[in-house]
Design a protein around this ligand. Sequence first.
Ligand code: CMP
Length: 138
Amino acid sequence: TTNRTFTMIKPDAVENGHIGAILEKISSAGFKIVAMKYTQLSIRDAQEFYSIHKERPFFGELVEFMTRGPIVAAILEKDNAVEDFRALIGATNPAEAAEGTIRKLFATDIAENAVHGSDSDENAAIEGSFHFSGREIY
Ligand code: CMP
């Protein structure tokens, strides 16, 4: 069935000029963009968005990274969206990501890994509504 996932093109990929190439990979893989914005997270936004990781040793580094510049946030629609998008982006650590995946092509390292993808339908809905109101989804 058709469903949704949430993604961010992270500050490293924006800084490195990869927005267009990443959106092209997303479109070519059959995802329909139903919401999208160019924005920058505040420190409070990032702490809330990543609250599940707050006890991790890299939490401070993660918040600093995700707030250091603009991102592209988007909601994507496709059959089997969450799982298929995670396959398209590849492993968290680009050194372990499969050939042709977005992280293999565009990520720097395990922290600056170019893109976010929701890990479940439930989190996709939570993360999408963190960034978009109902009137911003088409
Ligand atoms: P993502 O899986 O989208 O969400 C959690 C993020 O934390 C992850 O991407 C990376 O950006 C970051 N992250 C994960 N593991 C590490 C790590 N070992 N060191 C630093 N950052 C990490």
